[in-house]
Design a protein. Sequence first.
Length: 144
Amino acid sequence: MPVNVLREAGARRVLAVNVLPTTAYLNCIRERRREIENEQQKHRSLAAFLNRHFNYFAPGNLLDIMNRAVQGGQMRVAEIASREADVVLRPLTIEGQWHAFDRSEMFIEAGRRAALEQLDKIKALVEGDKDDNPVTKKSMVLAA
């Protein structure tokens, strides 16, 4: 759920999870993929040539460009929304693709690592504003 919607609903503290990579992260991944591709270029085959020129999702083709444009917009919206959260977890993996449904353990582990890295901030968020005033406690909403 978007952070601003939670704030408008009365959430005073928000723990956000942003699974979209930053542009710097994507640039690192792209550079690594280029290095790998350059190493493999020595062994180019007819299949690689056909894939590059006839696969609409191959890097640089029309659908790839459209996909990157949509991803860029999503990344910007998610980044702006994340700025409004109190704590942001970023469970990113280099191997992960949006369609890797068979690799759920990898994504769960990435989430666990991201949470452990921010554990002190999460504890502070949960423990913050402790007081004995029942009126304050009733109206306090914690969203995640």
